[in-house]
Design a protein around this ligand. Structure first.
Ligand code: ADP
Ligand code: TRP
Length: 321
């Protein structure tokens, strides 16, 4: 069974990405069944600076490897190193109705925000379908926001199979229901677009300042706080500290006597500790970029061994060979 997912390089990763997407993906890798790629073609509609794209793609590779992605247990590559996906985009795009793409939530949201649409933005779900179909993928683990894109992929695969004969595996989505939405520093969902993030690999001083500046209510330290479980620092501590530690802080907050400053100090300390090893590994990887480039090159070779025959099957079935 093949599992595949893409990671768009669009900015520094935060702990919402970590607990919501990276940790589950890292836990799922085993015996080379997992295919994970850096979706740099997808970043073209968002980032239009070449240097920035290179920097972000490499940064994301470092982040994932530092957090525990194991190139022996999975196939990890940069999307554009297997350009076969672009040819497949054309083959399947030629059977994709305009109406299907016009109904895409992500496209409609971007139009509503006033973003000037271009071909890439409109065709994005077709490229994503090609990403999935090119590797005979069975299961695609994604966040809720990507569900519609997987449904479109299924529609496109079924239509192609009906028209040209059995060609593609029809994939299933795996929506991570059990992963709670990690709250950001302002209490909304943590997201790059809200500027409320705790970066995984942020600078120590800046991160301490960010965490110490979380705004809380004006109750005095002595006051008991029956709503302690809804406190943002407690919620984040539950992800970052051992259970007995977060439970102890929650109890002390509930009983009264724990000040918010002390709570935030503890939150920073546990956050910093939680990613200590990953931070060290990231620094080692950054000092050994040849290794990282080698990992991506090996990944691309292995990905291509799967992609080549699938593309050939598609070309043959639609009469290009
Ligand atoms: P952002 O909202 O910061 O732009 P993305 O949309 O790039 O994040 O999300 C990448 C992955 O991380 C997705 O799988 C998404 O479900 C997950 N993710 C993002 N933010 C959170 C969050 N606050 N809590 C849980 N998972 C998240
Ligand atoms: N569109 C996805 C996102 O924004 C990333 C992605 C690109 C992807 N291609 C994919 C995810 C293929 C799963 C499968 O998060």
């Amino acid at each position: 069974m093949r599992v595949l997912t893409g990671i768009t390089p669009s900015g520094a990763l935060h702990i919402g990405n970590y607990f919501g997407a990276m940790r589950p993906a890292i836990e799922m890798q085993k015996d080379g069944n997992a295919f994970y790629f850096i979706a740099d073609y997808h970043s073209m509609t968002v980032i239009t600076d070449a240097g920035k794209r290179r920097e972000l793609s490499l940064g994301i590779a470092l982040d994932w490897l530092a957090c525990g992605l194991d190139p022996k247990q999975c196939v990890f590559w940069r999307q554009s190193d297997v350009p076969e996906v672009v040819e497949l985009t054309w083959l399947i795009g030629s059977l994709t109705p305009m109406g299907l793409l016009e109904r895409a939530h992500s496209y409609k949201d971007k139009l509503a925000k006033g973003i000037a649409p271009n071909f890439g933005l409109f065709a994005y779900p077709v490229l994503m379908a090609a990403d999935i179909l090119l590797y005979d993928t069975n299961v695609v683990p994604v966040g809720k926001d990507q569900k519609q894109h997987i449904e479109m992929t299924r529609d496109i695969a079924i239509k192609f199979n009906q028209n040209y004969g059995d060609t593609f595996v029809v994939p299933e989505p795996e929506i991570r229901q059990e992963v709670a939405v990690v709250p950001g520093l302002d209490g909304q969902k943590m997201s790059k677009s809200y500027g409320n993030t705790v970066e995984i690999f942020g600078d120590e001083k800046a991160m301490r300042k960010k965490i110490m500046s979380i705004v809380m209510d004006s109750r005095t330290p002595a006051e008991p706080k029956p709503d302690a479980d809804r406190n943002l620092a407690i919620q984040l501590l539950k992800l970052l500290a051992p259970e007995e530690v977060s439970a102890d802080f929650e109890n002390r907050l509930r009983a009264g006597g724990l000040g918010y400053g002390d709570l935030k100090k503890a939150l920073f300390a546990h956050y910093w500790e939680y990613f200590r090893e990953a931070r060290q590994r990231r620094a080692e990887l950054a000092a050994n970029l040849d290794y990282v480039h080698q990992v991506l090159a090996d990944g691309a070779n292995r990905a291509r061994q799967v992609a080549g025959p699938v593309l050939q099957r598609a070309r043959r079935n639609c009469g290009l060979e």
